[in-house]
Design a protein around this ligand. Structure first.
Ligand code: HEM
Length: 420
């Protein structure tokens, strides 16, 4: 296809990446992720232009950082690559100027992160293990064996929402609000997934703020709990956050989205990967002790958050390219996780892969995912319980994905269970 024809197209799904002039490649296009064809575009960039400049797109000009090592360089260099301009591609929503610690630089970032980090840390997780397992069993025992149903709705959403409700000590009967607010929060024009208008988004998120404001007031002064809200409301560094509602809301959204979309999509993505690589499913049946290693491989394979964004505070030369102060820099984790200079046979899903934990999906440096152990634990328990009950979770229909460059999301996945 000629570039003059491609230019007229709304969707690049059918386009061969090699038909587009290198400087016109625009990896912000959400349809590439929705159709799961983004890998082949990144393969070209890694080979021909690993630090790539896109001068014009719907989300403005931006650099794409595509190799494992260059992504690590940017992610660990927080003095030069700032998070304060936002961590999602494009211009942040002007209606709702929230501030969360993922989008802050030092020292403010550390002051807020360290307050809630223990909730997602080893001591609390140890306490929570049995509750998570109990819930996993309940969900799995109620699934209809031999019938077709949507795994995303009945398992992935149910399990991650429950876990998140525990971490917030959120009223269980209202837990579906968390799923809803998570979906609302990630619906923005820049990511490509904008089912609602910015005004509607603002209204919904203000409701979220009001709901959590009540929980805050109930918990301020009572230090017994170990949940995110109790921790924020009672720590000297954050006890006044309630008077800065956009900071409070920003952190709520961070913790809700962080704990929700990511693990949810790993839970669906793992089932899909095992169906796409049946010999790996056979190996898992033979050696269920591989589950912890497989969990890391699932998280690499899925890369639930394809990118994080930074803004350059100074000029910086990276891999022969001159990034300028003020430039938007996108670390494409999803590409780094398919880079064969760092990962052996990255296009294969290998459950006994050596050093499986050395992937980019959780980021690096000061912003490295605070919930990484929570996510791994949930997935580990879930798979242990799945393997006790079912010989196969078979994908039996079309898998639907989210049109988004920020959340690599599976929205529907029809499956049928085979009893063990
Ligand atoms: C498979 C699941 C998950 C993936 C792939 C994931 C991915 C990420 C990534 C890529 C970052 C940014 C890293 C960087 O900029 O260097 C991040 C940060 C974060 N994640 Fe996760 N996440 C997951 C699960 C969770 C869970 C379960 C929670 C909480 C309950 C959580 C909470 C956070 C928080 C609070 C941050 C901000 C850390 C900071 O700025 O210091 N995440 N996550």
């Amino acid at each position: 296809m000629k570039w003059s024809e491609i230019k007229q197209l709304d969707s690049w799904v059918e386009v061969d990446p090699y038909d587009v002039p290198l400087d016109k490649i625009d990896m912000s296009r959400p349809e590439l992720f929705e159709a799961n064809v983004h890998d082949r575009w990144f393969a070209r960039l890694r080979k021909e232009d690993p630090v790539h400049y896109c001068a014009a797109s719907k989300v403005g000009a931006f650099w794409s950082i595509t190799t494992f090592d260059d992504i690590k360089t940017v992610d660990t260099n927080h003095q030069i690559f700032s998070s304060a301009g936002g961590i999602v591609i494009g211009v942040p929503d002007a209606n709702l100027k929230t501030a969360s610690f993922i989008a802050m630089d030092q020292p403010k970032h550390d002051h807020q992160r360290r307050v809630v980090a223990p909730s997602a840390g080893p001591v609390n997780l140890n306490e929570l293990q049995s509750v998570i397992r109990e819930k996993a069993c309940l969900i799995l025992d109620n699934l209809p064996v031999g019938e077709t149903f949507d795994w995303v709705e009945k398992v992935s959403i149910e399990m991650t929402t429950y876990m998140l409700a525990i971490l917030f000590d959120f009223p269980m009967e209202d837990r579906h609000k968390l799923t809803h607010w998570s979906d609302v929060a990630t619906s923005t024009e820049a990511t490509g997934n904008f089912a609602i208008t910015p005004k509607e988004r603002e209204i919904e998120l203000r409701e979220c703020l009001a709901y959590f404001g009540e929980l805050w007031h109930q918990r301020a002064g009572n230090t017994e709990g170990f949940d995110f809200i109790t921790m924020f409301a009672n720590h000297p560094d954050t006890k006044d956050m309630i008077d800065d509602p956009m900071n409070f809301l920003g952190n709520l959204i961070l913790l809700i989205v962080g704990g929700n979309d990511t693990t949810r999509n790993s839970m669906s993505g793992g089932v899909l990967a095992l169906n796409d690589f049946p010999e790996q499913y056979a190996l898992l049946r033979e050696k269920p002790e591989l589950i912890p290693n497989m969990v890391s491989e699932i998280i690499r394979w899925q890369t639930p958050l394809p990118h994080m964004r930074r803004t350059a505070l100074e000029d910086f030369e990276l891999n022969g390219k001159q990034i300028k102060k003020g430039d938007q820099v996108i670390m494409w984790y999803t590409s780094g996780n398919r880079d064969d200079s760092a990962i052996d046979r990255p296009e294969a899903f290998i459950i006994d892969r050596p050093k499986a934990r050395q992937h980019l999906s959780f980021g690096f440096g000061i912003h490295r995912c605070m919930g990484n152990r929570v996510a791994e634990l949930q997935l580990k328990i879930m798979w242990e319980e799945i393997m006790k009950r079912f010989s196969k979770v078979e994908v039996v229909g079309e898998v639907k994905r989210l049109p988004s460059n920020f959340v690599f999301g599976i929205t529907e996945m029809p499956v049928r269970l085979h009893a063990a």
